[in-house]
Design a protein around this ligand. Structure first.
Ligand code: B3K
Ligand code: ZN
Length: 850
């Protein structure tokens, strides 16, 4: 039976660790790890250490072998009775041996393409040696590495280095999850940074030989991040050196190990010919994210893993703000909301819903979710809006001052805001402890020049939480008069009751409410609004988010009507006509308005209204709608497609990306009319990956792809990251009827290196993102996907478990699909030896249908 961990069970560790000394003799099959851990007792209790899969050679206290009678050892823990421990400080030492080469789970110490590297968050360090592997045990680390690899790195500052040996010291106390080492044949691009108090820092981005010409953008991003954190949060870097290493095999994006960030190579390497605009933006954003963790995560960490959103929500909020400052704030906000709705709202409405601060889990790696990260960031955004920018900065200053060097909780975080601003945050805390997306209904009452807005909030039940008290909801609104003037600039209404009214007096004419400006709270809006009023907002609203939202709502309403056998109003198409007339004034915004909600978003919107979504009908509705839209606006779309052609050399900045995104949005519509003629020309002539991949996607969608796919493969066969795109775009863009066969054929290829998480995610993730293909009525999509999860689970449980979330929406479909999805899930669940990770996910997902 798998153990469930509860927040309420947390107990302080009875010891401090004064220093951790580690020595590694690195060898692929038998790496020897010697540890010396100096303990200081704080309270009574046995010494309990975590370990997993270790070949233990020796265990000592103060140099003396521990008598077997004083030890209790299980598969995952080592207990030394208090009676067998010295009264004062003591040193526990261990010698263990581990097998990095056999470590396909990519947790702990492993090999990626001949490079030794580590991933210790959340509980990977216990695969390296015996240790109190919990985030509230923090210590300075001293590390010696011995290996025949030329480059040997660990956390902190270099102390000594000679051929085959390196010594590192990290003076900043840290939990084991931030430990890292790298040993490999690597080359660096080097740079320097001087902090604003004058401290020089050496910067290095380490890559495999041959990749160094694709690392400059990552380095530039790092320097920008360092400056931004000084300017906006007053945070300076605190070591002599900052290293980033790119590896090919990595379970997620990157990891913020102190002074030694390890990255998935796809978030480091870029060139115009191999990376898309989105890749560039992600690289910049993730480099910033990991760097920002140095303060929000490393200097101040989490007391326990239930508090994960303390570091992740805040750090996502910080990286989002950074990207807004570096690029377009409006575009960033709109795309963040799109992601939130696509991932977090979806999660919140299904069997995997959980609070941003969960109160129990079986496997913490299953909780690195959109709720913890993205909703966690929304909560910080709401707090900032409620207390104001100045108070927010005051609170953050206090947070850093009060908690530097500590392992904290959400309560500590909220106390800082209370103490800095005097605001009572008792009710606000529900955002952290309660799951589910509040539904906010607005009713308008217009009488004698007065507008009364009545809001009702309701949060549906989620697994394990049936009753949800009202939350504090900051509702930012504006009022737009019928002639397009703003009669009320952005005003934040603070809703605290289940139902609450706000009155606006003495208005000349009935205004249109621009509701939830900037998406001021992560809620679902319910309101009656006419297509004319939406069009007015799309044309005149001063807030970019609500402007975009007006167009998006029009499109969604039309698509929902079509997908359920109704008729679409002309509202969206009319509004798009008006927008296209001056598309060039804001290409990025126009592109966002032209992108129709995806099939899954339509299904989610239908399900939220109690309608069973039909994937085939949704797909047909969206295709038909796009074709009609293209026909009606063909002339304007063609003109814009031509005027948005590249001018000058490719630059991965916001302006260039905006033009390319508008051009590709036009192409997506036009390809429905010209059967891919323009896409074929663009594929042949484009010099950057953004346009080439965009064109390739359209060619696949219209079934004219064979030649281009072959050319693409020939050109990029040696580039893993680009070939991942090749593996992703095909199942993603193929017609739903052909996608399963196509995905199977791709999976059978020799170069489907499925043990590499990027490659696996490319093919299977690309496939599950093709809504009507994954949800094929005959269940073939579910079966194909389940077969691969079953195959991956014993090799890499973390990635297999995360990818189970493709199934999280299964209860919302009709009985036929439900039964087939259930059968596929049960087949996974019944697998002998299924990992704890996947077992927890599948059990939670299946519970929804019982
Ligand atoms: N903190 C890491 C994520 C670790 C995931 C462990 N399964 C990356 C990040 O959020 O910055
Ligand atoms: Zn993070």
């Amino acid at each position: 039976m798998t153990e469930t961990h509860y927040l309420s069970d947390w107990q302080p560790y009875p010891f401090n660790v004064l220093e951790t000394r580690l020595e590694f003799d690195l060898a692929p099959k038998g790496t020897k790890v010697k540890s010396e851990i100096r303990f200081h007792r704080n309270s009574p209790g046995d010494l309990v250490l975590d370990g997993a899969g270790l070949r233990t050679k020796a265990l000592r206290i103060d140099g003396r072998e521990i008598a077997p009678t004083d030890l209790r050892q299980t598969e995952s823990s080592l207990t030394i009775a208090q009676s067998a421990l010295p009264e004062g400080d003591f040193t526990f030492s261990a010698e263990v041996e581990i097998d990095p080469e056999a470590n396909t789970a990519l947790e702990g110490l492993y090999l990626s393409g001949g490079i030794f590297c580590t991933q210790c968050e959340a509980e990977g360090f216990r695969h390296i040696t015996w240790y109190p592997d919990r985030p509230d045990v923090m210590a300075p680390f001293h590390v010696v590495l011995r290996s025949d690899k030329p480059v040997l790195l660990s956390n902190g500052n270099p102390v000594a280095s000679e051929k085959g040996r390196a010594e590192w010291h990290d003076p900043w106390p840290k939990p084991a999850y931030l430990f890292a080492l790298v040993a490999g044949d690597l080359v660096a691009i080097d740079d320097h940074f001087t902090t604003r108090s004058g401290k020089p820092v050496d910067l290095h981005v380490w890559v495999r030989p041959g990749d160094q010409d694709r690392a400059d953008f990552a380095m530039e991003s790092l320097k920008k991040s360092m400056i931004w954190d000084e300017e906006v949060y007053g945070r300076e870097y605190d070591l002599d050196v900052f290293n980033i290493v790119a590896v090919d095999d990595f379970n997620m994006g990157a990891m913020e190990n102190k002074g030694l960030n390890i990255f998935n190579s796809k978030l480091v390497l870029s060139s115009p010919a191999t990376a898309t605009d989105l890749d560039y933006e992600r690289i910049e954003g993730v480099i910033a994210h990991e760097y920002f963790h140095n303060w929000t995560g490393n200097r101040i960490t989490c007391r326990d893993w239930f508090q994960l959103c303390l570091k992740e929500g805040l750090t996502v909020f910080r990286d989002q703000s950074f990207t807004s400052d570096m690029r377009s704030a409006a575009v960033k906000r709109i795309s963040d909301v799109q992601t939130l709705r696509a991932r977090q709202f979806r999660e919140d409405q299904g069997p995997l819903a959980h609070p941003p601060r969960p109160d129990h889990f079986q496997e913490i790696n299953n909780f690195y979710t959109a709720t913890v990260y993205e909703k966690g960031a929304e909560i910080i955004g709401m707090l900032k809006r409620l207390v104001g920018d100045e108070n927010y900065r005051k609170a953050l200053d206090l947070y850093f001052e009060r908690h530097d060097g500590q392992a904290c909780t959400i309560e500590d975080w909220l106390a800082v805001f209370h103490d800095a601003t005097g605001r009572d945050l008792t009710q606000f805390k529900h955002w952290y402890t309660d799951a589910g997306t509040p539904q906010l209904t607005m009713i308008e009452d217009w009488q004698d020049g007065h507008l009364r807005l009545t809001f009702r909030q309701e949060t549906p039940a989620t697994p394990g939480q049936s009753h949800k008290p009202p939350r504090v909801i900051p509702i930012a609104i504006g009022l737009i008069s019928p002639n397009g003037d703003e009669v009320l600039p952005t005003t934040v209404l603070e809703m605290t009751e289940a139902e609450q009214s706000f009155v606006f007096r003495d208005l000349g004419a009935r205004p249109v409410v621009s509701l939830l400006r900037g998406f001021s709270a992560p809620v679902i809006i319910r309101r009656e609004i006419s297509a004319d009023d939406q069009a007015l907002l799309l044309a005149h609203d001063t807030d970019a988010f609500t402007r975009w939202e007006a167009g998006h709502d029009l499109a969604l309403a039309a698509l929902m009507a079509l997908a359920t056998g109704g008729e679409a109003s002309a509202g969206y198409s009319d509004a798009i006509g008006a927008l296209l007339a001056h598309a060039e004034t804001d290409p990025a915004f126009t592109a966002l308005c032209l992108a129709l909600p995806g099939d899954d978003a339509i299904a989610t919107a239908l399900a939220a209204r109690g309608i069973t979504p039909d994937p085939d009908a949704i797909h047909a509705a969206r295709e038909g709608f796009a074709r009609d839209l293209a026909s009606r606006h063909e002339a304007a779309l063609s003109r814009i497609y031509a005027t948005m052609a590249p001018v000058g050399a490719y630059r991965p900045d916001a302006e260039g990306a905006a033009r390319r995104s508008l051009r590709l949005a036009c192409l997506a519509l036009l390809s429905r009319l010209d059967e891919g003629d323009r896409a074929l020309v663009l594929f042949g002539s484009a010099e950057n990956m953004t346009e080439r991949l965009g064109a390739l996607g359209q060619l696949i969608a219209v079934g004219r792809d064979q030649e281009s796919l072959a050319l693409f493969r020939q050109e990029f066969a040696a580039n893993r990251l680009v070939m991942d795109k090749w593996f992703m775009v095909q199942p993603h863009r193929a017609s739903p009827e052909t996608a399963v066969a196509r995905a199977k054929a791709l999976a059978a290829r020799d170069d489907f290196d499925w043990k590499n998480p990027n490659r696996f995610r490319a093919l299977l993730g690309g496939f599950s993102a093709n809504h009507a293909a994954f949800h094929q009525a005959d269940g073939s999509g579910y079966d194909f996907y389940a077969d691969w999860l079953i195959k991956l689970d014993p090799v890499n449980p973390q990635t297999a478990a995360r990818m189970c979330s493709a199934f999280e929406t299964w209860p919302r479909y009709e009985a036929g699909r439900r039964e087939k999805a259930r059968a596929a899930l049960q087949r996974i669940a019944a697998r002998e030896g299924l990992s704890r990770n996947t077992s927890e996910m599948v059990t939670r997902i299946l519970a929804a249908g019982s």
